[in-house]
Design a protein around this ligand. Sequence first.
Ligand code: GAR
Length: 187
Amino acid sequence: RVPVAILISGRGSNMAALIAAAEADDCPYRVVLVAANDPAAGGLAIAEAAGIATFALSHKGMPRAAFDALLDAEIRRAGAEWIALAGYMRVLSAEFILGWAGRIVNIHPSLLPLYKGLDTHARAIAAGDAEGGCSVHIVTAELDDGPVVAQARVPILPGDDADTLAARVLPEEHRLYPATLAELVRR
Ligand code: GAR
């Protein structure tokens, strides 16, 4: 099974979905490391409880290239062949991304190419969009850019705010991401 590292910054619900899916016998990937750029990230405890190796280091006060080099070394030491970003809220340096050409994947809570960056759901509602959703894409050096591999759509309903829309999209993220990662590592 293909070894995957997951990078997180927060609660790690997508990470948890990726880990849960990997427990199935026929899952083509296994999670070898969860790494966080915030030692307080809630997802770390979930990963530890699942028996997965973790690495946590605050990026604060560190040049991006130096931080990313440490992260890269840790991921390679763990033997990962793919990297899945799961709420990793930090831009990766171009050097880091080049070293993993085509083998870093991300989930973003919008129907890319719409709404790169932050506050995606609020922006979709403000624009009067009929649908929101999430996208899994290959990571390139441009933020939230790179080829989209899969998307899931949900309706935006009258009275929605960013929280109600996020709550409708999140379960779709949890379905879409493990299925898409499995498809990618099988290729
Ligand atoms: C998810 O909604 C994910 O799509 C989003 O952050 C949330 C993380 O939640 N990612 C981005 O906005 C990346 N630009 P989680 O920690 O519970 O998975």
